[in-house]
Every structure is written in C-alpha cells, then in structure tokens.
Design a protein around this ligand. Structure first.
Ligand SMILES: Nc1ncnc2c1ncn2[C@@H]1O[C@H](COP(=O)(O)OP(=O)(O)OP(=O)(O)O)[C@@H](O)[C@H]1O
Length: 323
C-alpha cells in the first residue's frame, strides 16, 4: 500500500534521507521511529507528495507520488507535524471547509463530518471554536480532517507530540480503532508511544533504516544480546583471565568484594555464552553464587542503535530483526 524505493533527499550538502526502501502492506500499522533529525518528516513529506525526492521513488496504492500525484494524494489522509488548523473556526466549520476544498458534495460532506466527529470523539465539541480546545482535542480535529475523505492510507507525523499522558493514551486508542480499516504510518521519536499500537516498527537514524521488525522481534533481538552477570569466588585476575578465554566472550569486567567477584561479561553478537561460562568455572573449581542474563529494554536498544548509527559504529544490516 505504501512503497518507498531507494528514496533519497539532499538539502544542499545535507543528506536527510539516504536510499530508504520499505513496503507497508494493506491494513498494517507501522511505527516510523527515529531521533530528532533522523529524516522522518522529510520521508513523510516525500510520501505525501509535498517534497520531491532527489532520487528514488515512492508510490501509494500503486500511484507514483510524483508522476501520478493527484491519485496518490487521494489515497492519503495526512496529519502534518504541526496541523495548520484555523483557530478562529468552529470544529464543524473547519471540517466542512476542508471537505469543500476536496470537492466533496454537500450531502456527502455533512455525513462525513458527522462520522469523523463521532469517530474522533468530537461530537460534543463540534460547535466549539478550535482555538479554545485543548491540545489533545485539537489533535483529534487534525486526525478527523485526515479521515474526512475515507482514505485507505493514513500518515500521521508525530501525532502525540506535545500531549500529556492522558491525551497520548486517547490518541493511541483512536489509532487502535483505525486498525484493519486503514494502512497507517505513524512517526514518533518516542518508542513506547508506537510500540503498543504498531504491528511493525521501522527505526531510522541518519536517514537510513537501522532496525526493522515487529515489536516482539525487536524485543527478542534485545534478549539475545545483553550482558551476563557472574558472581564467583576466585582471585579477580584469574577469574578475568578464565572468562576471557570462553568462546564468544567479547569483554569482561571484574570487581572483587570480600573474596567474591562480580563480573560483567559481554558476549560477541547474539551468542549465548552461559553454558560455556558455567563449564569454565566448574573446571577451575570456582564456587558460583549467581549467573544471570541482563537484557536491555527495547527503549535502551533504540537509544543505543540510533546513537551508534549517528557515531558511525553500526552497519545498516547488523540489527535487522529476522522476519
Ligand atoms: N528545509 C530544510 N533545509 C535544510 N535542511 C533540512 C531541512 N529540513 C530538514 N533538514 C535537515 O534534514 C535532516 C532530517 O530532518 P527531518 O525534519 O526530516 O527529521 P525528523 O526525523 O523529522 O526530525 P524531528 O523529529 O526533529 O522533526 C536534519 O538534519 C534537518 O536538519
């Protein structure tokens, strides 16, 4: 339903989006995540036809966003990062105005304005002036205008930015209700906000995809990494040497405390080194008090991979979750 192929955007010397390729099938809700400046808004503006790509192509429901722009746009409901609402207008006036701009006939427009007000929890506020609404309700108006022409694709740029936790929960609930009826691309720089709603997450940093998968796949990826905490009774130096000899151990830190040593072991890649550590300790006769696998949260994983990408440590494919 949404297809991007080697989509690239340069702003003068700045490469904001770098050969982005992804496909979002019909009915899927996809979280588009990345830190500030990652290239999310630029990508979204190219997908919605507001910004021409420097290279690459994008298509919505098979319509190229450049060569078949009008047809592509008809398929999309778009909530920009800052919705250009007319603050002096009443909610229903504004929605009628948007419907007129889209060429909707009056009767159909009336039905659709009522339907989106109901859908977005605005029925009791539809005669209120937009400028007097809370930020959360203004965001509902933005989503209502995006839904007005019943587009199969919804593109929401940071829909929860600037909202309080209660309002974030309400917007999330609204997005959940769109499940199955629309294909949704939802951008955010905060992982927990999209983790619950999204069927799949695409994480970008520096204009490139650095990880992609369902939230569960990404969580599994995190579980396979992590560190092993080992507490054993041994001489610190000897223990460190023994642990370093274990296959697939990339790093060891040992701290001695009252005859016991607490070690933090970092495995290389996805390797599970616990069994080999156990054997190494038994062979040397070191009493073991504790061994546990400490995993990072998905949030920490997100922070780590986006930071790595920005400092040029990680390659693009190294953190792709298996599909
Ligand atoms: N009009 C512009 N001219 C020059 N550089 C730009 C322009 N718009 C964005 N950029 C740069 O392109 C990069 C990507 O910006 P973009 O706004 O797409 O990121 P983002 O992920 O949406 O970030 P944010 O969450 O802060 O909006 C950044 O380095 C930004 O400074």
């Amino acid at each position: 339903m949404i297809q991007a192929s080697t989509l690239t955007k340069w702003y003068g010397p700045v490469r904001a989006v770098d050969e982005l390729t992804f496909a979002i099938p019909k009915g899927e809700i996809v979280g588009f995540l990345g830190p500030n400046g990652a290239g999310k808004s630029t990508t979204i503006r190219m997908l919605t036809g507001y910004l021409p790509p420097t290279a690459g192509t994008a298509a919505i429901a098979g319509h190229d966003v450049l060569t078949d722009a009008a047809a592509a746009r008809r398929q999309i409901g778009y909530l920009p990062e800052s919705t250009p609402l007319y603050l002096e207008m009443r909610v229903d006036e504004y929605l009628h105005y948007r419907g007129r701009l889209m060429g909707m006939p009056r009767k159909h427009r009336r039905d659709r304005v009522s339907a989106v007000c109901d859908r977005c929890g605005l029925a009791h506020n539809r005669r209120r002036v937009i400028g007097q609404l809370s930020k959360g309700n203004r965001q509902r108006v933005g989503i209502a205008q995006a839904l007005l022409h019943e587009p199969p694709v919804l593109i929401l740029d940071e829909p929860t930015a600037g909202l309080d936790p209660v309002q974030i929960g309400e917007v999330r609930k609204l997005i959940d209700e769109l499940r199955g009826k629309h294909t949704v691309l939802l951008s955010s720089h905060i992982l927990p906000e999209v983790e619950k709603s999204a069927d799949r997450v695409i994480i970008i940093a520096g204009g490139r995809i650095v990880a992609e998968g369902t939230p569960d796949e990404l969580r599994q990826k995190v579980r396979r990494g992590g560190r092993i905490i080992v507490e054993a009774k041994a001489d610190a130096k000897q223990l460190e040497a023994a642990l370093k000899q274990v296959q697939h151990v990339a790093g060891v830190q040992v701290e001695a405390n009252n005859g016991w040593c607490r070690s933090i072991v970092t495995p290389s890649g996805d390797n599970d080194v616990r069994e080999a550590i156990g054997q190494a300790l038994v062979q040397r006769g070191y009493p073991l008090r504790e061994m546990r696998h400490e995993t990072a949260s998905l949030e920490a994983f997100f922070v780590q991979i986006t930071a790595e990408q920005e400092s040029g440590v990680s390659g693009q494919s190294s953190v792709q979750a298996e599909g």
